[in-house]
Design a protein around this ligand. Sequence first.
Ligand SMILES: NC(=O)C1=CN([C@@H]2O[C@H](COP(=O)(O)OP(=O)(O)OC[C@H]3O[C@@H](n4cnc5c(N)ncnc54)[C@H](OP(=O)(O)O)[C@@H]3O)[C@@H](O)[C@H]2O)C=CC1
Ligand SMILES: CC(=O)[C@@H](O)[C@H](O)COP(=O)(O)O
Ligand SMILES: [Mn+2]
Length: 397
Amino acid sequence: MSRQRLAVLGSTGSIGTNTLDVVARHPDRFEVVALTAATQVDALLAQCERFRPRVVAMASAEHAAQLAEKIKQKGLSTQVECAQKAIEKIACADEVDTVMAAIVGAAGLAPCLAAARAGKRLLLANKEALVVGGDVFLRAVREGGATLLPIDSEHSAIFQSLPDDPASWPARIDKIILTASGGPFRTRAVETLTAVTPEEACAHPNWVMGRKISVDSATMMNKALEVIEARYLFGISPDQLDVVIHPQSVIHSMVQYKDTSVVAQLGTPDMRVPIAYGLSWPERMTSGAAPLDFHALQGLSFEPIDSDGHQARFPGLALAWESLRAASGSCAVLNAANEVAVAAFLGRQIRFDQIHQVNRATLDAVLPEGPDGLEALLALDGRARAAAGQVVDRLSA
Ligand SMILES: NC(=O)C1=CN([C@@H]2O[C@H](COP(=O)(O)OP(=O)(O)OC[C@H]3O[C@@H](n4cnc5c(N)ncnc54)[C@H](OP(=O)(O)O)[C@@H]3O)[C@@H](O)[C@H]2O)C=CC1
Ligand SMILES: CC(=O)[C@@H](O)[C@H](O)COP(=O)(O)O
Ligand SMILES: [Mn+2]
């Protein structure tokens, strides 16, 4: 069996390092040919020493120059490139079979589209790329003949719970139920959310993740993005998408069939499981995760999202359905606003509860014009970021 030649985009992040952890367990199956990162020069250098990729790219010339110098000092043969175009070039290179898309945010859209158009096996962790790209993204997958496999834990669970033949899904499925942990503030008094610090927001109860997605989990904007992601991945209508709070993060999501049967995927909350599934699909291979111990499990519980003040605590969740039903491009506007708002919160410019104010105001202010390609999507993303930035400025003045 020939080895899959892998490129990991965002290799220094949480998904990137988990991917390399899984890959290192299977040297007979994978060859790491390319890695990309943005700012973490030493972390990427260490990955180069361990995995010996042929090429790496960093988002800025400054970081790439620092890395190139260190690579030379170590006597490594890895070629160092820079800028977003180099990352896109890696995503569609002939020497790459499989692309792990693990860049955070809309910055991952162009490389994902490049990989899709080049017909790669595309492992999608970067949910924002699909939220922004929507039908444009799916068209690139179709036309390029790419294989799109979900890595997000909920979407991997749904994919594992669905029949193999996508053509059979509409006739068989009643709805998809995404589970949500409720994040670090599930039981916190709503009126105290004004005082939340970035450190508190990033302390997820079940998962260790990057800072942006951790804040999204705390506002439940992560679940809003995931509802949109599910809409596109599984071609299902927004009315057939439901969310239930499940604080233990053991059931990763469920599919309810027409006969009311529910099929779910369970496991310990460890991203190496969906990563290993994506890498090995349609086979299975070891992931390094600990198995679930049903004898030790304390119980699984569920809370409706409209119970116990959750609607007031998580006002952003409803924006998923609102954006999906609004003009095409609205999901891209929501995503851009949220990226700006989360960055402003992490930079201590706005309060935690003001993230939703930025998202709400930006959705109201920016009218999308049905973006039909990458250029139009990036222009819309830029417009929404400018509008969101103005809201941030007003709130922080
Ligand atoms: N973490 C998790 O468990 C899960 C994550 N996801 C999704 O996966 C994606 C990655 O998340 P996560 O790993 O947590 O994020 P991290 O912040 O941990 O990692 C992000 C990676 O992207 C790189 N990066 C950041 N900005 C840019 C840019 N502008 N251009 C190129 N590269 C960039 C970073 O480089 P550097 O570090 O060098 O600056 C890093 O390698 C997100 O879309 C997230 O929603 C989905 C499910 C679970
Ligand atoms: C691991 C993963 O997929 C994250 O998206 C996770 O689901 C976050 O959990 P909640 O958003 O449910 O808190
Ligand atoms: Mn998820």
